[in-house]
Design a protein around this ligand. Structure first.
Ligand code: CP
Length: 348
C-alpha cells in the first residue's frame, strides 16, 4: 500500500484521484471500520488536529460523520455556520461587513487548523451550476491545508466513496456488478446532481457495468458522462443510459434511485430557470418510485441504496427502504469509515 502521496492533498472530486489511490482509501476505511468494531482505539492518528467544517446547507449524515470521525481519530471538528461568521464570498460577490473574501478565509483558517471542509450548493450560489465547485477550488487555491468537499453542485465525493465501499462489502468486489443509478420522483424539484454524478463516476472508475436511467430532460452534465465512458473503457466495465425505468431495472445488482433536478435543459440556473417545465417533467414521471414491484425486476440478490435523506412514498416505498434488500444504513455508516480514511491520509 502506497500512502506517502496522500499527505496534504485536497479531496474535491474523485476525478482528481486515480483508481489505485481510491482502492487504498477503501483499504484504510476497512481497517478503521474493523478497529472500531473490535473496540480498538485509533485516536493516535490525528491527535490535536482541527477540522473546520463550513456548512452553507443543512446536513445530518455529513456533519455528524465528520464530527464523530475527527473525535475517533483524536482530533476535533469545528462547525462554522456561514450566516454566523463573515460569509465566505468570491471576489465580486462581497458585501461590506457581511462577507469575507474566500482567499482571506482560507489563509486565516490555514494558520489555525489542519483542514477545511465545505458543503455548498443551490441557493448560496443562486443555483448557478458549477458555482459552488468553483468556490471550493478557490478555497483550495489559497489554503495551505487540505480542503475537503462535503458536497457541492457537481460532486459529492465522500458519498460516492461510501457507496462503492458498501458495494464492495456486499459483493466482494466490482467486476461483473451491475449498478443502476436512476432518477426517482420527488415533490421537491430543487435537488442537486452531485450524488448521481459521483455515483456513476466511481462506479465506472471501478469497472462495474453501469446504467444511468432518467426521464428525458433530466440529463446529467455532458463532461461527467464523457468521463464515465472513459473510465468504463479503461476499467473494462460498461456505461449506458436509458430513459426507461422498468427496462433499466432488469437484472441489476445495485439499485440506487434518487431525485435530481433538470439540466442542461434549463440551466443556468438549474431547476429554477424554468420551474414550470421542470415541474411538468417531475409530474409526468411520478411512476419512477422504487417500490416492491419495481425492485422485483432487479436481480434476486439486489441491494437498494440511497444516500439519504429520502422522500418516502415518492422516491421509495416504506416496504423497500425498511425491507431486507435495503443497505441504506450500512451506506450511511460507511460515510464515517471512508471519511476517517481520507482524513487520516491527508491530514497527517
Ligand atoms: N447523504 C448526505 O450527504 O446526507 P446529509 O445531507 O444528511 O449530510
Amino acid at each position: 500500500m502506497k500512502t506517502n502521496t496522500f499527505k496534504g492533498r485536497d479531496f474535491l472530486a474523485e476525478t482528481d484521484w486515480s483508481r489505485e489511490e481510491i482502492e487504498t482509501i477503501l483499504d484504510v476505511a476497512k481497517e478503521l471500520k474493523t478497529k472500531r468494531a473490535i473496540g480498538q482505539a485509533h485516536n493516535e492518528l490525528l491527535p490535536g488536529k482541527t477540522l473546520f467544517m463550513i456548512f452553507y446547507n443543512q446536513s445530518l449524515r455529513t456533519r455528524n460523520s465528520f464530527e464523530a470521525g475527527m473525535t475517533q481519530l483524536g482530533g476535533h471538528a469545528h462547525y462554522l455556520d456561514p450566516s454566523k461568521i463573515y460569509t465566505p464570498a468570491m471576489e465580486g460577490q462581497e458585501k461590506a461587513y457581511s462577507t469575507e473574501r474566500v482567499s482571506d478565509v482560507a489563509r486565516t483558517l490555514s494558520r489555525m487548523g489542519d483542514a477545511i471542509a465545505i458543503r455548498c450548493y443551490g441557493d448560496p450560489v443562486n443555483w448557478e451550476y458549477g458555482g459552488a465547485h468553483r468556490m471550493l477550488r478557490e478555497f483550495a487555491r489559497w489554503a495551505d491545508i487540505p480542503v475537503l468537499n462535503m458536497e457541492d453542485d457537481v460532486y459529492h465525493p465522500f458519498q460516492g466513496l461510501a457507496d462503492i465501499f458498501t458495494v464492495k462489502e456486499k459483493f466482494g468486489g466490482f467486476k461483473g456488478v451491475k449498478f443502476l443509478m436512476s432518477w426517482a420522483y420527488s415533490p421537491s424539484i430543487e435537488k442537486p446532481r452531485a450524488v448521481p454524478q459521483s455515483a456513476i463516476l466511481y462506479a465506472t472508475m471501478m469497472g462495474m457495468d453501469v446504467t444511468l436511467a432518467h426521464p428525458k430532460g433530466m440529463e446529467l452534465a455532458p463532461d461527467i458522462l464523457q468521463q464515465c465512458r472513459t473510465y468504463a473503457k479503461q476499467a473494462g466495465g460498461s456505461f449506458k443510459i436509458s430513459n426507461d425505468f422498468e427496462d433499466a431495472l432488469k437484472g441489476q445488482h445495485v439499485v440506487y434511485p434518487k431525485a435530481w433536478c433538470a439540466t442542461p435543459l434549463f440551466q443556468p440556473p438549474i431547476g429554477k430557470a424554468d420551474e414550470k417545465k421542470t415541474q411538468a417533467i417531475f409530474d409526468a414521471n411520478k411512476g419512477w418510485i422504487c417500490d416492491e414491484k419495481h425492485l422485483a425486476l432487479a436481480d434476486k440478490g439486489a441491494v437498494y441504496l440511497h444516500c439519504l435523506p429520502c422522500d418516502r412514498g415518492f422516491e421509495v416505498s416504506n416496504e423497500v427502504i425498511d425491507g431486507p434488500q435495503s443497505a441504506v444504513f450500512d451506506e450511511a455508516e460507511n460515510r464515517l469509515h471512508v471519511q476517517k480514511a481520507v482524513m487520516s491520509l491527508v491530514m497527517r
